[in-house]
Design a protein around this ligand. Structure first.
Ligand code: HEM
Length: 387
């Protein structure tokens, strides 16, 4: 009997054979382990993203949602409330986010690359990727550096689920509460001493005389720290892994750095860090001979949709010259990733520097240890051998 258990360590390690069976044999599948339907074909996932009235985010978009988060963040609200929040947050983000990050990001990568200079091997995730994303986020929010390690540790913990109980453990929930408290204190502090940073911009952002509520700022910052650190550093890890596994592609990028954006898009399709998100049905839906009931939860398996041969030719091939690039690595529709431009720019700068300094690297270990998560997929560590 076919099972799809998004908590199983073998799914973290390699979800793609199961995704293929889902798409081909069980395109509308009830997973007992997660207690929700799974959609895995590109057209079905895209349709769900577009028909947000039926596939609602208001009960949360994380496969394992945090208590109290649904309804207060961008990812866990539907229009019109979502659109109001998004417009406010976007108005705060555009002011500074993109213009100002390039140089600090480049300086951060160079600093962390200098620290591994001369080493025969290094852990890309923990010595480069995580450090650069933390530096970037701390710069954007103008956060005090002394908390960096604690913030990162809690961001990594909060995205995890216990593979045995298939739930968030006490430690995972405690990490979320720690982050929410941390964000709450920052909001209070920044209200007293506003500056020219993203957090201050959220607090002061106004559209038609309306501002974000304190709780909205607090949970938005909590989510952005999680997304900023975990989605981005997770993706850095996946991109580095692809470049280690496909040396011809890496060599092409070393020779032609202007192709790095193409390779980023292909990695977002091929094995992105943001694999699965959730929606809840507001009405019954018939699909592929199944009846999904109003109130049922539905998993949108972006990672599976991105390998659908109905949408992509030769989908299991990593091809940095692939056209067109209509992947769902950043989701789509009204909830399409708000940080996508930032993520693209940060990845571009980071890997431009890395490839210039380390044109040749390979994986030290054949098997990797994966962060246990029902939403995200990324290695806990990635040891690369240089030269
Ligand atoms: C490569 C790194 C990243 C990936 C792969 C990624 C992926 C995603 C995906 C798939 C979604 C859609 C979620 C859903 O359908 O419910 C999303 C939403 C979102 N992401 Fe990202 N993300 C990344 C980086 C970032 C960064 C750096 C930020 C901000 C600092 C960010 C902020 C957000 C926000 C706020 C949303 C919710 C948007 C909404 O619901 O309107 N992301 N992201």
């Amino acid at each position: 009997m076919f099972r799809f258990d998004p908590y199983a360590p073998e799914i973290d390690a390699d979800p793609f054979p199961a995704y293929r069976r889902l798409r081909d044999e069980f395109p509308c599948f009830w997973t007992e382990e997660a207690g929700m339907w799974v959609l895995s074909r590109y057209d079905d996932v895209l349709n769900a993203l577009v028909t947000w009235r039926t596939y609602s985010s208001a009960k949360g978009n994380l496969v394992d949602e945090f208590p109290g988060r649904a309804g207060a963040t961008l990812g866990s609200t539907d229009p019109p409330r979502h659109d109001r929040l998004r417009a406010l947050i976007q108005s705060a983000m555009t002011k500074r986010a993109l213009d100002h990050i390039a140089e600090p990001a480049r300086a951060s990568v160079r600093r962390h690359l200098a620290a591994i200079e001369g080493k025969e091997s290094f852990d890309f995730v923990n010595e480069i990727g995580a450090n650069v994303t933390v530096d970037l986020l701390f710069y954007l929010f103008a956060l005090p550096k002394e908390n960096a390690a604690e913030v990162r540790d809690n961001a990594v913990l909060m995205v995890q689920t216990d593979p045995l109980t298939r739930q968030k453990s006490e430690a995972h929930l405690a990490a979320f509460h720690w982050m929410a408290d941390y964000a709450g204190k920052l909001v209070e502090e920044r209200k007293r001493n506003p500056g020219d940073d993203l957090l201050s911009n959220f607090i002061t952002a106004e559209i038609d005389g309306e501002k974000l509520l304190d709780r909205e700022v607090q949970l938005t910052v909590t989510t952005l720290i999680m997304a900023g650190i975990e989605s981005l550093s997770g993706f850095f890890g996946m991109f580095a892994l692809n470049l280690a596994d496909f040396p011809d592609s890496r060599r092409a990028l070393v020779a032609n750095p202007e192709m790095i954006p193409d390779a980023i898009e292909e990695s977002l399709r091929f094995n992105t860090s943001a694999q699965r998100f959730k929606r809840t049905l507001t009405e019954d839906v018939e699909l592929h001979g199944q009846t999904m009931k109003a109130g049922d939860a539905v998993m949108l398996a972006y990672g599976a949709a991105n390998r659908d041969e109905r949408a992509f030719s030769d989908p299991d091939t990593y091809d940095i010259e692939r056209r067109p690039k209509r992947h769902l690595g950043f989701g789509g529709g009204v909830h399409a990733c708000l940080g996508s431009m930032l993520a693209r720019l940060a990845t571009h700068i980071t890997f431009e520097e890395i490839l210039a300094k380390l044109p040749d690297f390979s994986r030290r270990d054949e098997t990797l240890d994966w962060v246990p998560s029902s939403n995200f997929r990324s290695p806990r560590a990635l040891h690369l051998v240089t030269g």
